[in-house]
Design a protein around this ligand. Structure first.
Ligand SMILES: Nc1ncnc2c1ncn2[C@@H]1O[C@H](COP(=O)(O)OP(=O)(O)O)[C@@H](O)[C@H]1O
Ligand SMILES: [Mg+2]
Length: 153
């Protein structure tokens, strides 16, 4: 297997339409790793949730603000970091509790972090009230060897 190490950074307006941009940008960036459809879907879903949170909760939909997205990979491990410099999270444990939402009026499900945890191998949340939030996620993609096995079945 070829050793691959690569990284990119994006900074974009905290506008709803950039959620689709962000998840497609990540999907395009990791294409050289030849991920499976389900791996791409998992990663795109997790990115969508984190970016939506940054836009809606972090910045209160203020599109004058910027969301920063870092994506890198080394061999088959993909690392994603989504940062906002918005309101921050006072109680991270509570925020990560399934079904907890601070915005029920926006018809939020409170399952964003649960979705990220389900689809990624690890999710770390770093946040300070008034300073902002960084969500760090990682996922190791299946080895190409295993994928070939699956194709043969
Ligand atoms: N980037 C963020 N900035 C501030 N608060 C956040 C951020 N991300 C998540 N939160 C808080 O964590 C809660 C739970 O997030 P999540 O599980 O995605 O549910 P939902 O977005 O449906 O409310 C949010 O309601 C919000 O209070
Ligand atoms: Mg959410």
């Amino acid at each position: 297997m070829i050793d691959l190490k690569n990284s990119m950074t994006l900074s974009f307006s905290a506008a709803a339409q950039n959620e689709a941009f962000a998840r497609m940008a990540v999907a395009a960036f990791i294409m050289p790793l030849d991920p499976t459809i389900s791996e791409i879907t998992d990663i795109k879903t997790a990115v969508s949730e984190a970016v939506t949170n940054a836009i809606i909760h972090g910045y209160g939909n203020n599109s004058e603000k910027n969301v920063v997205l870092l994506c890198s990979y080394e061999n088959r491990s993909v690392y994603i970091e989504i940062t906002d410099y918005g309101i921050g999270i006072e109680d991270i444990k509570q925020a990560r509790t399934p079904l907890y939402t601070s915005a029920p009026e926006l018809e939020r499900s409170g399952l964003g972090f649960t979705v990220m945890e389900t689809f990624m191998d690890s999710v770390d949340v770093l946040s300070e009230k008034g300073k902002g939030t960084t969500v760090r996620m990682a996922k190791k993609l299946m080895d190409s060897d295993n994928k070939n096995d699956m194709d043969c079945r």
